[in-house]
Design a protein around this ligand. Structure first.
Ligand code: NAD
Length: 334
């Protein structure tokens, strides 16, 4: 079999080959943990200043309010894609993919949206903007998804503020890239698993408990990655890869357990996306390599998971559960 990966690497000029270590653990552990000494300089993500999303770079447009008056004129097929009457919780909703999918849920007619994140200023600004553009209740809850009690309290508060939760998108996540396995600090490894895997579980569990009590069913969506089924390169990121494989298997397990409660659980597996997570000067060379490895020849735009998120959140995917759906520009065909 032709090894396209190797062929592509050989064809790349040196300027496009791997950059130095990039360590972007975006949220601090609950208890301070020692950081390992990097072997080469570390580039850290700098917090974007709170500002309107349309100017923040994640996507260049504001949400457009959904006109519920069009629903009676929709065909049955199109009507099943709408989210009228549904309350959504989106973790990692202050920016990036979570923010974009929140906009999409609002544009598809969601009744109210709760954004969960650790970034207070960005979260407040995101909620205010989406409320003003989409014209629906949108509230920000500052919650660390690793904290089981804080998550349970927040979900109870959301249910009281906005109504029973119907849709959950677990987009909160962090990445440590370009760290060799033999030097990976144990506390950092645990922290990444804690955010990406345990945090997604805790939010899903808290929301599912309410869904089960309400007997109204629901749709829970996880964010894995192509890294969950393929070892991405050239960057070394064993903890991230493992966390995303675990997320996908967790979602399947929950799909099986909660199907009797009419709760569907599915996973979106994105390829490389052009979010702030990947918007680093030091990553420019590496990003060209990633694009070259992707048949569509580019990274995904931050709003290119929106349609899939609406599909999975809505009755249009009524018989879909336990699925992991790739949105990767074709990366996984190699
Ligand atoms: N960007 C990509 O290329 C890509 C590819 C595949 C999968 N993903 C996954 O998609 C998800 C979103 O990625 P993104 O690019 O939007 O990243 P992002 O960094 O732009 O957004 C992630 C958000 O999660 C929040 N967060 C981090 N730790 C948290 C915690 N402990 N509690 C609550 N919130 C927390 C951050 O504050 C941030 O706002 C992540 O799970 C990521 O692993 C991203």
């Amino acid at each position: 079999m032709i090894n396209l990966t190797r062929r592509l690497r050989h064809r790349l000029p040196p300027s496009l080959l791997p950059t130095p270590i990039l360590n972007r653990a975006l949220s601090a552990p609950i208890t301070p943990t020692p950081k390992p000494k990097p072997e080469v300089p570390v580039a850290r993500h700098t917090e974007p200043k709170p500002q309107r999303r349309s100017g923040a770079g994640d996507v260049g447009r504001e949400a457009v309010a959904f006109d519920g008056g069009v629903v009676p004129g929709l065909t049955p097929t199109m009507a099943r894609f709408t989210l009228g009457g549904k309350v959504a919780v989106v973790t990692g909703g202050a920016r990036g993919l979570g923010w974009n999918m929140s906009q999409a849920l609002a544009e598809a007619g969601a009744q109210a949206i709760a954004l969960i994140d650790v970034k207070q200023d960005l979260g407040d600004a995101a909620a205010a903007e989406l409320h003003s553009t989409a014209g629906i209740p949108v509230r920000f809850y500052r919650v660390d998804v690793r904290d089981a009690k804080a998550v349970a309290d927040a979900v109870a508060q959301i249910t009281s503020d906005l109504g029973s939760v119907d849709i959950v998108i677990n987009s909160a996540g962090v990445v440590d890239s370009n760290i060799k396995a033999e030097t990976y600090d144990a506390a950092m490894f645990r922290n990444l698993l804690d955010v990406n895997l345990t945090g997604s579980f805790l939010v899903s569990q808290a929301c599912a408990r309410h869904m089960i009590t309400a007997r109204a069913g629901g749709s829970i969506i996880f964010l894995s990655s192509i890294a969950g089924s393929r070892v991405l390169h050239p960057q070394q990121q064993c903890a991230y890869n493992a966390s995303k494989a675990a997320v996908a298997q967790l979602a399947k397990s929950l799909a099986a357990e909660w199907a009797p409660h009419s709760i569907r659980v599915n996973t979106i597996a994105p390829g490389y996306m052009d979010t702030a997570l990947n918007r680093e000067a030091l990553l420019e060379g590496q990003k060209k390599h990633w694009s070259a490895m992707t048949p569509m020849g580019r990274l995904g735009r931050p709003d290119e998971l929106n349609g899939l998120a609406v599909f999975l959140a809505s009755d249009a995917s009524g018989f879909v559960t336990g699925a992991e759906i790739l949105a990767d520009g074709g990366y996984a065909v190699y």
